[in-house]
Design a protein around this ligand. Structure first.
Ligand code: M6P
Ligand code: ZN
Length: 188
């Protein structure tokens, strides 16, 4: 947080609901297949794609709203349509380093599935269309899957100090995944 200077006055920003552009934007980063390779169920499909390209799966625009007393942060994610084998594109997935920290996710365009799993093995999922809002309570790891033919754009609001624990998801993944079955998304 030291890299952000506190700003204690009102701020406004604008999200393009369809393409996920954020203005003014803070940080921008991309996630490509090689960064999530081990998370997809079909390693042959991963290898076949990586043989020709390190496919862009999603990109993230973040803006931290740091004040002398708070650190709410907005992230806008655009997950590109597509599958690895039969499995729809998804985000890396993480829990929060500060276990007590929740998150609110708002689906802005496209259709998706939010996967939620806590440390006691309770798995839940939320099917998203534009306008869906999901509250991710403390302790639940979360991953978003794009099941639509176009980009899935969603916004996440959380405290910057919540941090990201990628290790737990990298180690154990989620107990269910979303694949295409006879042309439709299925949670298996
Ligand atoms: C949401 C938030 C962010 C997260 C982003 C991408 O916007 O949860 O904190 O960085 O999704 O998800 P991931 O970090 O799992 O790649
Ligand atoms: Zn999060």
């Amino acid at each position: 947080m030291e890299k952000y200077l506190p700003y204690d006055l009102p701020l406004q920003a604008q999200i393009d609901l369809l393409n996920g552009e954020l203005n003014p934007c803070g940080e921008f980063y991309e996630r490509r297949l090689s960064q999530l390779a081990g998370q997809f169920v079909d390693p042959q499909a991963v290898g076949a794609i990586l043989a020709s390209e390190d496919r862009l799966l999603y990109d993230v625009r973040t803006r931290a709203f740091i004040t002398s007393l708070s650190d709410l942060t907005l992230a806008v994610v655009r997950i590109y349509p597509g599958k690895v084998g039969d499995e729809y594109h998804f985000t890396k997935g993480h829990a929060h380093l500060l276990l007590e920290e929740p998150e609110l996710d708002l689906c802005l365009s496209g259709q998706g599935c939010l996967l939620l799993e806590n440390g006691e093995g309770d798995f839940q999922n939320h099917w998203w269309t534009a306008g869906a809002i999901s509250h991710i309570p403390p302790g639940y790891a979360h991953r978003v899957v794009n099941i639509s033919d176009g980009p899935l754009v969603y916004a996440a609001i959380y405290r910057l100090s919540a941090g990201h624990d990628y290790e737990r998801v990298a180690r154990q993944g989620f107990s269910r995944r979303v694949i295409e079955r006879v042309g439709l998304p299925a949670l298996v």
